[in-house]
Design a protein around this ligand. Structure first.
Ligand SMILES: Nc1ncnc2c1ncn2[C@@H]1O[C@H](COP(=O)(O)OP(=O)(O)OP(=O)(O)O)[C@@H](O)[C@H]1O
Length: 947
């Protein structure tokens, strides 16, 4: 909404360290059509902006700094409640809440979870699950559990499958969040049937629930590793379906995994580690196992020592090993099988130590090389054959077989490819095994619905981006598209339902970028084409890309100005330049056929079982790949190279298409995890870092979509309740619609913006353009200031009278602290909760019971406030505030203070009223007023989002 930028207007200025810094218009000079604005920045600096009067009223004028919200709105626990919905305002809200130790914030349907990097036990105490069970999202503070409960309730109501998408960058908190969500479902107790849980203990779990939770430590041991960004980084994506029967009891689960980072097995960057399980094994194996498997300290294994970081601070790998074993037992992997797994892992460690020596042009690997002998013995394969096919390759043509020697570097690649293949086969075997136990045919038949939790890597862009980042960002493009469509659809549906005058608008769809990647002549297809050529190379691949997409053929592709080996994709979040180096090899992901033959002839029955599981997975992938939507052109098979082996890119594409298919058939809920600082420090907030993630996870894009329409909407009742003081009391009427209309007309008549395009009247709600609410808030604050001045002049007697009005006629109730309030005030019990909540509920408003902390400005000593008392006043039910403020302690007692409309009612208990002979000081008055405003806002948006 256009603004005058008058003196005193607060606006955001860009800042390289903080992201944005607050400023205020100090002077405004208008000369003819020209306007000169002088801003004073919070850091003391000045900034002048020159513009024209006409430009001042242009909503899209990028030269003008984004406006700040009224202070009281700044820490709103739903971003869509911000009147000025701009990038800095969003950042400010999350920052302020984080500084108040509130890590969760809603952005409409999305929950933003900002990693505290510290234990916040109070958020996850066992009883907290029950606080959220059976409650509407709007009735409690933002929380993961609220989202989980919403998914559960939607599943129950619509008998429809649900998905919770948890995304964010590495270390942002996805896995921790996903685990809490799973725990929520496993420990949730129906509020209607308390004590129903096993053994009558709340939080007790059934065997199946315990098994589902036990999959976490197992998957983490085999799929997580220490990286520079996260000590426990998941190196794969995961979708777990928690299956419910018709009584909504958990009866099983099914896991799907995506893109395990295989290269980590053979290479770890500095300060990083291989998969946890190896370090656990080395630390935790018994002496006998150590002997049997030839285990040595970590430094002696090349696959474990490259990162130079064998331990993780605060972790005990031996203890973790015991936990992994315990969890394996819980999910049904026998002790014997566990030993076979660990023996296979030990064999891989020996394989990594196999020394291949270089000759001038070739390489040499004697079959007697000690590590090779050990590895092959444990794998049950022939060392001679293994050695031979590690240093040689054969090319089979129609006429003959041509043998050639490999260089040392090539031979090492072959050795490593075998190790990677076996490890990923073990991982697949584990997943298959978990699914075989938790999603049996019987369970699948009995399951009526599921809630899927997707824990998937968020958008990534580093200094050097490779094939993995390309796949990850492709996945995020798909998820972002689904998210945009969802948000946009919901938005438009509501406009339709409310029958407001609305022309459907388009949003920037990222389909062209997805096409660039996955279409039949897209990047992945060209990568597959190059991968199946015997002499295919990364350079040729990039040349093909440039040829096909550069020269403005695609808006989403750029040829970098420097370097021939890279290409840039313009993703929805940011342009990312990918280094093609290694694309072909990673995409091929092949083990030479001869090695496959050697492995197939293994005498190790467990290796045979593992390879079988892997081939089942591969066959499934290949089938999905060939069934993938993109129709292959003659001569090209998507996802399947010439020799019919599926490529990694093709497999990923097909599994992604399948995932999107599943997700699209469910109702989706979104959690965006944010990593607030790079150094993993507790409660440290780095603005620019958070901003870039908000952009990458689509929060800012959603805000943009909202702003194109009517981002704020209130019911008529809420609106009248909040702004009744803007019209004379004669206009206060029970015909709420008319009253709301009168308020709007009066308000806009007073402002400079008279246009009625600032709002729309729907059937049950009023829809506001961005900025309109801040405008109304300003009017309201001015009005309340006038009231407060009046009250200050009134005597204590009048305040007491106000209180006695409450006693005699006004019904009221408190939620949690009712007994306490009633005791102080000697209220007869008949005014209790049950009698009073009903009419309040009828009005559609939600009742809050929890304590919330509110930004204490301008009094820094204010602590917690608890909105908990509701007053009935004629036709209007109003929520009032009971608050505790350390400011009041100074006045002799922990005061409960109430605000009624424009007047302040002090001290509910009579003794306290007497003690409050003094008038509230200026700062306190200001504070009380602000609290009231904030409380109203909370109630209002909650009501809106719950309806
Ligand atoms: N809600 C939380 N409370 C306290 N600490 C948390 C919370 N969420 C995350 N953390 C901390 O952040 C670390 C990283 O979290 P997590 O492993 O869930 O990140 P991630 O997003 O899954 O990362 P990756 O993609 O690398 O797997 C955790 O080990 C924990 O220390």
């Amino acid at each position: 909404m256009a603004h005058n930028y008058d003196v005193g207007t607060r606006a955001w200025q860009p800042d390289p360290t903080e992201g944005w810094v607050a400023s205020e218009v100090e002077s405004k000079n208008v000369q003819g059509d020209k306007v000169k604005l002088l801003f004073r920045l919070a850091n003391g600096e000045e900034k002048t902006i020159e513009t024209t009067v006409a430009a001042l009223h242009d909503d899209n004028n990028a030269a003008l700094p984004p406006l700040m919200n009224p202070a009281i709105l700044e820490a709103s626990d739903d971003l869509t409640n911000l009147s000025h919905l701009n990038e800095p305002a969003v950042l400010q809200a999350i920052r302020l809440r984080y500084s108040q130790k509130e890590i969760y914030t809603y952005s409409g349907i999305v929950l933003i979870a900002t990693n505290p990097f510290a234990r916040v036990d109070s958020l996850y105490v066992p009883g907290m699950v029950q606080v959220y069970a059976g409650k509407q999202r709007s009735s409690q503070a933002p929380h993961l559990f609220a989202i989980a409960e919403e998914a559960f309730a939607d599943m129950l109501r619509d008998n429809k499958n649900q998905t919770i998408v948890v995304s964010g960058e590495s270390g942002a908190g996805k896995t921790v969040s996903a685990k809490y969500i799973m725990r929520y479902f496993s420990t949730r107790e129906s509020p209607d049937q308390p004590g129903n849980r096993a053994k009558g203990i709340a939080d007790a779990m059934s065997e199946t629930e315990e098994q589902i939770l036990a999959t976490n430590p197992v998957m983490e041991a085999f799929g997580n590793a220490k990286t520079t960004r996260n000590d426990n980084s998941s190196r794969f994506g995961k979708y777990i379906e928690i299956m419910f029967d018709k009584k909504t009891e958990i009866i099983g689960a099914r896991i799907r995994t995506y893109l395990l980072e295989r290269s980590r097995l053979v290479f770890q960057p500095l300060k990083e580690r291989n998969y946890h399980v190896f370090y656990q094994l080395v630390a935790g194996a018994t002496e006998a196992e150590r002997q049997e498997w030839g285990l040595l300290p970590v430094v002696h294994f090349d696959y474990l020592n490259q990162g130079g970081s064998p331990v993780i601070e605060g972790w005990d790998d031996k203890v973790e090993f015991d936990a992994t074993r315990q969890s394996l037992t819980t999910i049904g992997v026998s002790q014997g099988k566990q030993s076979q797994i660990f023996a296979l892992l030990s064999a891989l460690l020996h394989l990594g130590n196999v020394k291949i020596t270089a000759t001038r042009t070739d390489s040499v690997l004697p079959p007697t090389e000690p590590s090779l002998v050990k590895a092959c013995q444990m794998l049950g394969v022939d060392a001679g054959e293994f050695a031979k096919w590690t240093v040689k390759k054969q090319l089979i043509t129609r006429e003959e077989r041509i043998m050639s020697n490999l260089t040392q570097q090539q031979a090492v690649v072959v050795r490593d490819s075998v190790a990677k293949f076996i490890y990923s086969a073990v991982f697949d075997w584990l997943v298959e095994n978990i699914n075989a136990g938790l999603a049996t045919e019987e369970v699948s038949n009995r399951a009526t619905t599921f809630i899927g939790v997707l824990d998937i890597y968020g958008f990534e862009h580093f200094i050097k981006n490779s094939f993995e980042q390309f796949c990850i960002n492709y996945a995020n493009e798909k998820l972002q598209q689904e998210f945009n469509q969802h948000v946009f659809k919901l938005e438009q549906e509501e406009y339709l339902r409310e029958e407001i005058d609305w022309t459907f608008i388009d949003f920037s769809d990222n389909q062209p970028c997805i096409d660039l990647i996955e279409a039949k002549l897209g990047v992945l297809a060209l990568l597959d084409e190059e991968s199946r050529l015997p002499m295919g190379s990364d350079e040729q691949f990039v040349t093909k890309l440039h040829h096909n997409f550069a020269n403005d053929k695609s808006k989403y592709y750029k040829k970098p100005r420097f370097g021939k080996s890279s290409f840039t994709v313009c993703h929805y979040a940011i342009d990312v330049t990918y280094e093609s180096d290694g694309f072909i090899e990673k995409n091929r992901d092949t083990v030479p056929d001869e090695h496959m033959e050697v492995l197939r002839e293994s005498s190790n029955p467990f290796l045979a079982e593992v390879l079988e599981a892997a081939s089942v997975v591969r066959d499934k992938d290949a089938l999905t790949a060939s069934n993938a939507k993109a129709v292959p052109t003659p001569g090209r098979r998507m996802g399947v190279a010439a020799n019919r082996k599926p490529t990694l890119g093709g497999i990923f594409k097909s599994s992604l298409i399948e995932l999107m298919h599943t997700i699209n058939s469910t109702d989706v809920h979104y959690i965006r995890c944010i990593k607030p600082n790079e150094s993993k420090e507790s409660w440290k907030f780095e603005g620019p870092m958070v901003l870039s993630q908000l952009r990458a996870c689509g929060v800012l894009e959603t805000v943009r979509i909202s702003c194109a329409g009517y981002p704020t909407r209130w019911t008529y009742e809420e609106f009248a309740l909040r702004y009744y003081m803007l019209v004379p009391s004669q206009s206060w009427t029970s015909a709420i619609r008319e009253m709301a209309n009168a308020i709007l007309k009066k308000a806009l008549g007073q402002g400079t913006n008279r246009g009625l395009d600032k709002y729309q009247l729907g059937l049950t709600k009023i829809f506001f353009r961005a900025g309109m609410l801040a405008f109304l808030e300003n009017l309201r604050t001015t009005r309340l200031n006038e009231c407060a001045v009046m009250i200050q002049k009134e005597s204590t007697v009048q305040i007491l009278q106000e209180k006695s009005t409450l006693r005699q006629g006004t019904r009221y109730c408190s939620c949690k602290r009712w007994p306490e309030v009633s005791k102080h005030d000697n209220m007869p019990k008949k005014y209790g909760k049950s009698e009073l909540q009903q009419p309040y509920r009828k009005s559609g408003a939600a009742i809050r019971t929890r304590s919330v902390s509110i930004r204490s400005e301008p009094i820094s000593s204010c602590s917690k406030v608890s909105p908990k008392v509701f007053f009935a006043d004629g036709n209007l039910w109003r929520q009032e505030l009971a608050m505790q403020s350390s400011q009041y302690r100074g006045h002799g007692g922990r005061g409960d203070n109430y605000v009624r409309g424009g007047s302040i009612v002090k001290r509910l208990s009579s003794s306290r009223v007497c003690g409050e002979a003094r008038q509230p000081d200026e700062a306190t008055r200001h504070y009380v007023k602000r609290l009231e405003i904030s409380s109203r806002f909370r109630t209002s948006w909650r009501t809106r989002s719950s309806s």
